[in-house]
Every structure is written in C-alpha cells, then in structure tokens.
Write a protein that binds this ligand. Structure first.
Ligand code: NAD
Length: 419
C-alpha cells in the first residue's frame, strides 16, 4: 500500500495499523498478502421504485473479508459516502474485531450508497428487500451474517430476514442479527455497542486512576452507539459534558441531562434545537475540555490537523476508524491513551454472536445473562491485550491487532491454504 493511497483510503488506514502489528509478530510475506486481500467483494445494482412511481438505481456492496475463523460477520450501512473502499475497510476491521474478542466469525460488511433521510420507509423497505435478494446465495447463518450499522435498524434487519426466509422457503432467524425481539433478536443487543464502549472505558479509567465521579466525557454522534454510551456513562456517575449529531454539537460544563437529550431525540429525531447545552461546532466538540473523548459517528474525524488540540486523556473509539494513523502517532507522543475501535466497539458484535447462538438453539436468555456474558467476554480479552501492550511497550491498538492477527493466523495455519 503506497503512502499516496494511505492518505485518501480508509482501507489504507487499516492496512497501516495491520502492518505495524505484523512487524511485532514477524509475519511472513505470504501470510501478510493473504490477510491484506479481501476474500470476496460483491457489487451490484439496486433498481427500485420511488413512491412517485419513477425508478432509480443505487449501488449495493457486500465484502466478505475473511472466513478463517467462521462465517463472515458485519453490518450493513446506508449512507451517501458508502464506497467499495469504505466497505472493504469495515469488513477488514470486522475480521480483527471478531478475533480480538474471540468470536467464531470472520469479517464482512455491506452497504448501499444512498441518503436515507431522502427516502420514505416504503422506499427503504424496497431497497432492503432487493439488497437481500441479491445476496441470497452468499449469506446465511453458516456463510455470512449481516447486522445493523450506520442508518440501518432492527426493522431493516427484519425485512432482510423475511426476504431471505421467503427465498429459501424456511424461517431463518440466524441470517442476520440486531433483529427485533419478536423475531429472534437478543435482549440487550440494541444498547450492546454503547454498553461495551462504557465497559472498556471504565476499566481503562480505573487503570489510569480516573474516577468516574470526576470524569468529563464528550461524545461525537448520538445514534445507536453514542446515545447508549452517553446513557450508560451518566448512569455510572460520569459527567457527560458534550454530545453531538450531524446537525451540531452541545457543550455544558455542568453536565448534560442525558435522559432529557434522549427524550428530545426521540421526539424530534435529531439534536437540532436542543437547549441542554451551548451550541458549538462539531469540530469544536472533538477538542473541547473533557477527560474522555468518544468518537461515535464516522471514520477519519481525528486527523493530523486536530489531534494536537485534543484535550482528553483517554479516547474510546465507538466509531470504526475515527483516528487516522498520523493522529494515532500524535496521540502516542502526547501520552493520550486510545482504546481502539476493534476492542472498544466490539460489544455490538459480541451480543450479535449471542443472538446468532440463541437463534440456533431456539432458546433465549434473560437480559442480565446477556449483559453478564458481554462484560466477561470484553474484559477477559481487553485485559489480555493490555498485558500484551505492556509486555511489548506498545499501544493498545497495536496490541489489539497483534492479539487478533495471531488468532486468525492460527486458524489459517491449521486449515491450510487450499491452492
Ligand atoms: P447511527 O446511524 O445510529 O448514528 C450515527 C450518529 O452519528 C448520528 O447521531 C448522526 O447524526 C451522527 N453523525 C453523523 N455524521 C456526524 C458528524 N459529522 N458529526 C457528528 N455527528 C455525526 O450509527 P451507529 O450505529 O451509532 O454507528 C456509529 C459508528 O459506530 C459507526 O462508525 C459504526 O460503524 C460504528 N459501530 C456501530 C455498531 C452498532 O452496533 N451499531 C457497532 C460497532 C461499531
């Protein structure tokens, strides 16, 4: 991967992190080549009818990055910025995320380049059903199991599951995760990613002698990840001083009333007009006065340009790929600790794994059981990677990649390369 590509490509950011960990692991060039190429990239057209009766065509993607440890696993994103490069990067990260928390999955990701804010629910349903129909042969509980990501919801997962089930003429709940409870979803899935962010953050804060009661937290993004993270940080006694969504950011040094912010978003569907803090720009939120910063929106928001101005002592990556490699170097020099995305936001895929397992058993757990197993899975692996980081005097990110790559390589070596 050349430097020029790295500057513009999200996948290039991922490769840069991978290469750093590969050096520590002394990976041979053949293994590196296998692990830096996606197994399968699928691009297809999605013709659909607008409510006006007109037809339009969108582009759909599914990337199945690696199958060494099990079926591909990863969300579906609906966003105008979806590209093959982005979906490949996200599928690449899913491979390491599943491995870092030791789940029996490979990595995958999908998306449709569209702006859901300009679409009706009926239009989104038609796009989703066509998207699912295009993938019938290559997804399934033992092949590839999608889930929600940016702008996709439990309802969208229900349409995906229904379309797939109609095609194969049987009910297959385990083809997707993040479904509503009534059709095989898991208790605790909706808030699992935010819960995982908080579990990792509080554990690292204890390690750094930061007390929750005095910690100020700023969170970028108030969707599935950011909103539940905010709720759980507040419940654990932290002061959430900053929140934001695509419409703007709000800062209140006395702490934002998160229950109030959630009620506001539930009523008005965005933070636009929220009065629980001073309105600041999205850029200023990232450099605001806080102890813990949680980027939970999109990738590449912490860059060489703004990294030096970050005030937090700890960054917890709720989003995938929010920190560029240049920014990561600056944080290391500044002594800012970063819990990397593949660990910090692995709570979602962990409960997705629980959902998949429950669907296969046809037996569903209590929420307390889900949350207990989630905390155990995350902390067991987080402690292992923190030890690794100490032993090699490296960052939590490099240690997370080392742990994950080593697990994938073990599976790859045992299975061998069918050539
Ligand atoms: P979401 O669509 O529910 O929410 C995204 C939020 O980010 C919204 O509040 C949106 O307004 C906001 N946003 C978008 N652009 C912004 C900007 N420029 N500035 C500030 N806010 C902005 O999506 P989500 O599921 O919460 O996903 C957020 C991130 O977390 C993504 O990187 C996703 O890949 C990652 N992630 C999600 C899950 C999951 O289970 N949903 C799991 C792991 C990782």
């Amino acid at each position: 991967m050349t430097t020029a590509v790295r500057e513009v490509s999200v996948f290039g950011d991922g490769i840069a992190y991978f290469n750093e960990a590969s050096e520590f692991l002394k990976l041979d060039s053949g293994t590196r080549a296998i692990l830096t190429h996606p197994s399968r990239q699928i691009i297809f057209s999605i013709p659909f009818q607008r409510d006006t009766g007109d037809f339009e065509v969108y582009t759909g993607y599914r990337v199945q990055y690696n199958f060494s440890r099990g079926p591909a696993k990863g969300g579906i994103r609906y966003h105008p910025g979806v590209t093959l490069d982005e979906v490949t990067a996200l599928a690449f990260w899913m491979t390491w995320k599943c491995a870092v928390v030791d789940l029996p999955f490979g990595g995958g990701k999908g998306g449709v380049t569209c702006d859901p804010t300009q679409l009706s629910m009926n239009e989104i349903e038609r796009i989703t059903r066509r998207y699912a129909a295009e993938l019938v042969e290559v997804v399934g509980p033992d092949k590839d199991v999608p889930a929600p990501d940016v702008n996709t919801t439990p309802q969208i997962m229900a349409w995906f599951m229904d379309t797939y089930s109609m095609h194969v003429r049987q009910n297959v709940a385990g083809v997707v995760t993040g479904k509503p409870l009534a059709i095989g979803g898991s208790r605790g899935r909706v808030e699992a990613t935010g819960r995982g962010v908080t579990i990792c953050a509080l554990d690292q804060m204890a390690e750094m002698n930061m007390k929750p009661e005095t910690a100020r937290v700023a969170i970028q993004g108030f969707g599935n990840v950011g909103m539940y993270a905010a709720k759980l940080f507040a419940e654990r006694g932290c002061k959430v001083v900053g929140i934001s969504d695509v419409t703007g950011a709000y800062y209140n040094p006395a702490g934002i009333d998160i229950a109030n912010a959630i009620a506001f978003v539930q009523e008005y569907h965005s933070l636009e007009g929220f009065r629980g803090g001073d309105k600041i720009t999205n850029a200023d939120l990232l450099t605001s006065q806080c102890d813990v910063l949680v980027p939970a929106a999109l990738e590449k928001v912490l860059t060489a340009e703004n990294a030096k101005n970050v005030n937090a002592r700890l960054i917890v990556e709720g989003a995938n790929g929010p920190t560029t490699p240049d920014a990561a170097r600056i944080f290391r020099e500044m002594g800012i600790e970063v819990i990397p995305d593949i660990m910090a936001n692995a709570g979602g895929v962990t409960v997705s794994y629980f959902e998949w397992a429950q669907d296969r058993m046809g037996y569903f757990w209590k929420e307390s059981e889900v949350n207990e197993r989630l905390e155990d899975t995350l902390l067991t692996n987080f402690h292992q990677l923190r030890e690794l980081a100490k032993r090699h005097n490296t960052t939590l990110r490099t240690a997370a990649y080392m742990l994950a790559i080593d697990r994938v390589v073990q599976a790859l070596k045992l299975r061998g390369v069918y050539a």
